[in-house]
Write a new protein. Structure first.
Length: 321
């Protein structure tokens, strides 16, 4: 199959149009739907930050019936004062921020609405360990800090790169994954054929707004032109239209492209370029909650749950030991 000629075709091939874009970045958010989970996990309610939605999944014998909500804590003042473990106990649920367009991590299938990924599995495991039902709150890398610090969720679980900028505002768990940066171009590109072609005069390099690639490439590019892509635009659509020559991504997202779009080509760095640890993010200042999350990370590394989830989603190569 040759290069796809329209954004519509890209949506059909790799499901880009199914990802919601919160209104905080200028795009409408479609109603969220609850999704099925692995057989061993409770069925969580999935809510949107910006639109009230009704969950329709069937609860299991270990899960409470899914709730309906806006994804915003209506008792923010009280929630900000309450330690997370006490808040989770009082609410009787674990609210987890996810980005539902992160392939292999927290990805919503555009055809079935089902959430899959390593952090779908592991968030269910954390809720089970805590003995409470699970509720998802949609987030993005652009809204992540506000979502966590304003207690729209108790924890963000979508392979968050630990950067100095984020560490100033968030508290991070022990890393559980790590990834370098990769380039993605078209198979027919004559401009970018190898890694060394990226930082050259006249080359347009795209990054997704809010991802760790944005500050890294801002610093590292000396000759190429950096273009920051914000929803509803997508890196894939901009590449297909010829408005950019290459875009930068990480290992999990690159798998989505290689498995679903044969007109794109992955360009790996010839040596480590900027390997970044991935961790879970919580509101800073709550040492007991961070310690509990770190205990969970240590447990899933030791008992094999992390390794098993990584195998299921093709991420074994980037598990942090």
């Amino acid at each position: 199959m040759g290069m796809l000629g329209s954004v519509t075709t890209i949506c059909l091939v790799i499901g880009l149009c199914a990802a919601s874009a919160p209104s905080t970045v200028g795009a409408a958010t479609p109603p969220a739907t609850a999704t099925s989970t692995p057989a061993h996990a409770s069925a969580p309610a999935l809510v949107s930050k910006t639109a009230t939605s009704t969950s329709t999944s069937t609860s299991t014998s270990t899960a409470a019936a899914p709730t309906t909500g806006t994804g915003t804590n209506t008792d923010t003042a009280d929630a900000l004062k309450m330690p997370a473990l006490a808040r989770i106990k009082a609410k009787g649920e674990l609210a987890v921020c996810i980005w539902p367009d992160y392939y292999g991590i927290t990805f919503r299938n555009p055809y079935t609405g089902q959430l899959t990924g390593i952090d779908v599995d592991l968030s269910a495991a954390l809720a089970k360990d805590l003995g409470v039902p699970l509720r998802y709150v949609e987030s993005t890398f652009s809204t992540l800090i506000d979502d966590v610090t304003k207690v729209r969720c108790d924890i963000a679980m979508f392979a968050i790169g630990v950067t100095p900028q984020r560490s100033e505002r968030l508290a991070f768990s022990t890393p559980y994954l790590q990834s370098d940066i990769y380039g993605v171009t078209t198979r027919s590109s004559r401009v970018v054929r190898r890694w060394e072609d990226i930082d050259q005069p006249g080359v347009a390099v795209a990054v997704q707004a809010g991802t760790f690639m944005e500050p890294v490439m801002t610093e590292r590019l000396k000759q190429a032109r950096l273009i920051v892509i914000r929803p509803p635009k997508t890196r894939e659509a901009e590449l297909s239209a010829g408005r950019v020559d290459v875009f930068m991504t990480d290992y999990p997202y690159s798998r989505r492209l290689l498995e679903n779009a044969d007109w794109m080509r992955l360009i790996a760095p010839p040596k480590p370029f900027h390997v970044l640890p991935y961790a879970y993010a919580v509101r800073p200042g709550d040492d007991a909650w961070l310690a509990r999350v770190n205990s969970f990370v240590a447990a899933i590394k030791a008992d094999g749950r992390l390794a098993a989830a990584a195998r299921r989603h093709g991420l074994t190569d980037i598990v942090a030991r």
